[in-house]
Design a protein around this ligand. Structure first.
Ligand code: GLA
Ligand code: ZN
Length: 681
């Protein structure tokens, strides 16, 4: 089903915002830029269905035919992310109620109650109409359902559906009381309809300290389940459309565009229902490259390493960030190849032609407001288009191989940040970013996995802040270490079960045996306050002292031994970094939040111990990854620096796919330059 003929290159196109005379000109420009796929019609429900009885596909037929005649493909969107105004007017229960209890009015987008039956009915009906109409259309290449799902609703109907969801999950009301610990604050319920969605009207509140707000809740158990339920509710909308499309076009792949580290939806569950993961990459121009790489790797991990689609990125700038800098010359190309270096098989943009009204008129596009091809952005897009054409299908389907994995879990994310105490400053993603960065800077490939994933193919597995240990996770980790794996986790791990109930008997609960420690208390430090990690005798790459802060677990050794201890406060001298030999493996615990330098050195040593090294040596700001296909290896070298660099290739012989020349000895990359080197495995 997924036989991409080459790198699909194109993006979102909104012809219905433009007079037809422009369409032909657009086709000319797209062809000129090397574009071979256009995504349409993402937001055209109102035009496709002007009223309850009528569909109007005439204009879409025309543009689909034109795209086909021009030799391009269509990523066909179902247009269901924004329902028509007449529909909201006639069926006002379709409009969601937000977390503050406000009933929303029509407008915006993704502004529907995901459990509303009429929304479901009409979105599926539109998807069905589109599938029937275009099933044999030569341009139809892939389906794009909805757009960036993610609404949460708190309406009365969602409340009823939530009760059903809870009943299906837990069976009896007694079990619900147990799971959510409802005897706390006298919350015991005796009937299903006493369960209400957790919102700002009841359990939820904003926790703010110095402008650092986050959603908090009095009942983590209920709130986490509501997130699960809301993620499932939007997924059911997607699934409704998926099922009807699958029946009519069984051989056309189906996807929806995800958003990287997007908190509201459990993307692992979503990916099970997608033929290929696709996602929208919108970093801020001052984000570290490691954070972009991380999100690509996370998206690749959703479907077990299968290549993904870069569905959207901007050719130049965004409009919705506070400061929308231009991508400097070469950066769009560099970041496009970065996506491919981490497993993308497509490079697509939002948007192909820049709209002239409403909020996205200052969002970059392949065709700018000038309307012609004589722009920097168009030239850069054209250059990339030409290069991608040359790559053909060489990289399509090529996989990365990682010996290191980081456990990432949405339930855990929700639980960590719903936690009332010990600190509101703990952000799950920031922790993941710090640990990922250590490997990124060494050019060591990392997979993202679920806590229950098969660990046997990895040498090193990290689980930063694995606060929630879901069923099966602890056994999985313990077994991995027993068999020789190296595992590392941090402070505030092993604390609760899947319902956010503390595992009694001492932290880190189910992970206590494998880590060989007992955490007795958890201290929270005020922002700016620090403790110290004192390494008593140098441990490979780490020696001396480092700063730590945020949280400090006060731990006791059981079977583990101490690598470093706290340098101050009443717990000075207590262990802060420990190592436990367990079975034939090792498990490490980092009991506080260290400065980056410690994490970098510590995991450098772990990599040395495990014989994990990067493919090539390169200096700062040079990113290297490898993708494998058959007996060929593709080494991506990406120079993020504003100056040229040279990378030693040692004795291997390579063929540079972009320049078409053979390489030996060393490769020189200009500022923001890229090389994709083919070699035999
Ligand atoms: C999202 C949407 C697009 C567009 C872009 C702008 O990714 O899917 O429709 O709004 O943002 O960056
Ligand atoms: Zn609702």
């Amino acid at each position: 089903m997924l036989n991409f003929p080459g790198v699909m290159y194109g993006g979102d196109y909104n012809p219905d915002q433009w007079p037809e005379e422009i369409w032909e000109e657009d086709m000319r420009l797209f062809k000129k830029a090397g574009i071979n796929i256009v995504t349409l019609p993402v937001f055209s429900w109102a035009k496709l269905q002007p009223n309850e009885e009528t569909y109007d596909f005439g204009w879409l037929d025309k543009i689909m035919d034109l795209v086909a005649r021009s030799g391009m493909k269509v990523c066909l969107a179902t247009s269901t992310a924004a329902q028509p105004a007449w529909m909201s007017k006639k069926y006002p229960e379709m409009l969601p109620v937000d977390i503050t209890g406000h009933k929303r009015t029509h407008g915006g987008r993704v502004n529907f109650c995901p459990n509303n039956k009429t929304y479901r009915k009409y979105s599926v009906a539109l998807a069905e109409q589109l599938a029937k109409r275009y099933k044999d259309h030569p341009a139809l290449f892939i389906w794009h359902i909805g757009n960036e799902y993610g609404v949460y609703c708190y309406c009365e109907h969602c409340a009823q559906e939530f009760r059903e969801w809870v009943r299906a999950r837990y069976g009896t009301i007694e079990e619900v009381n147990k799971r959510w610990n409802m005897s706390f604050w006298g919350h015991t319920v005796y009937d299903w309809d006493e369960i209400v969605p957790p919102s700002y009207l009841n359990e939820m509140f904003k926790d703010t300290w110095n402008g650092y707000p986050r959603d908090s809740t009095c009942f983590q158990g209920i709130s986490i389940d509501y997130n699960r339920f809301m993620s499932d509710s939007s997924l059911a909308c997607y699934k409704g459309e998926f099922d009807v499309i699958r029946k009519i076009t069984p051989n056309v792949p189906i996807t929806t565009n995800l958003m990287g580290t997007f908190k509201p939806l459990d993307y692992y569950k979503w990916a099970e229902n997608m033929d290929i993961v696709s996602w929208d990459n919108y970093p801020s121009m001052n984000d570290p490259e490691s954070n972009i790489a991380l999100r690509h790797d996370l998206m690749r991990g959703l479907k077990d390493g299968q290549p993904f689609m870069l569905m959207e990125q901007t050719p130049s700038q965004q409009n919705w960030q506070p400061f929308n800098s231009l991508k400097r010359p070469g950066v769009m190309r560099l970041w496009s190849y970065q996506a491919m270096a981490h497993g993308a098989d497509t490079i697509m943009f939002f948007q192909l032609r820049r709209s002239f009204g409403a909020c996205e008129k200052y969002h970059g596009a392949v065709i700018e407001h000038a309307g012609h091809e004589n722009t920097r952005v168009f030239r850069e897009c054209t250059q990339l288009g030409e290069e991608l054409k040359k790559l053909g299908d060489k990289l399509i389907g090529a996989r990365l191989k990682s010996q290191v994995a980081i456990m990432f879990d949405w339930d855990n994310w929700w639980a960590v940040e719903f936690s009332s105490g010990p600190t509101i400053y703990l952000k799950y993603i920031e922790q993941i970013e710090k640990y990922y960065k250590a490997f990124y800077c060494m050019n060591i490939s990392v997979d993202f996995i679920k806590p229950t994933a098969d660990l046997s193919r990895y040498k090193v597995v990290l689980a930063p802040v694995l606060y929630m240990v879901k069923p099966g996770a602890a056994d999985n980790i313990t077994d991995f270490v027993k068999k020789g794996g190296t595992f590392a986790t941090t402070f505030f791990s092993g604390i609760v079960n899947e319902n956010d109930l503390v595992t009694l008997g001492g932290y880190p609960g189910e992970l206590r045996e494998v880590l060989g420690i007992w955490a007795e208390e958890i201290d929270a430090l005020f922002p700016g306050n620090k403790n110290r990690i004192v390494v008593k005798k140098p441990y490979g790459e780490i020696s001396g002292t480092y700063e730590c802060g945020l949280l400090c677990d006060l731990i006791h050794l059981e079977t583990a031994c101490e690598i470093a201890s706290y340098g101050q406060d009443f717990y000075a001298g207590m262990p802060v970094v420990t190592e436990n030999e367990f079975g034939s493996g090792k498990a490490y615990y980092i009991a506080s939040d260290p400065e980056q330098g410690f994490i970098d050195s510590f995991f450098k040593q772990i990599c040395i111990d495990n014989g994990i090294a990067s493919a090539l040596d390169a200096g700062r700001g040079v990113e290297i990854t490898e993708r494998f296909k058959g007996d060929l290896k593709y080494t991506f070298i990406l120079n993020h620096n504003p100056h040229a660099v040279s990378v030693n290739l040692w004795d291997e012989k390579y063929h540079d796919l972009i320049t078409g020349s053979d390489m030996e000895g060393a490769v020189t990359l200009e500022a923001k330059g890229v090389a994709i080197l083919e070699s035999k495995v």
